[in-house]
Design a protein. Sequence first.
Length: 80
Amino acid sequence: PETVRGLTDCLDAAGNTTAAIGKGFAIGSAALVSLALFGAYTVRARVAHVDILNPWVFTGLLFGAMMPYAFAAWTMKSVG
């Protein structure tokens, strides 16, 4: 019936909104955790400063940031 369709459409919209908001929180928390981990590493390794304008440092940061996604993609491709 039409009433059921209307109710399920409303519930679907609410679920999509909740998922979109949750993704925003997940991205924000991931950025904060990565910053905290990098800060903890620099303290533990006694790194005095990080010159992000150095091309080698910037390239290393890009590759380091890419590695978790690359390994996750390879893992997903290996089982699917």
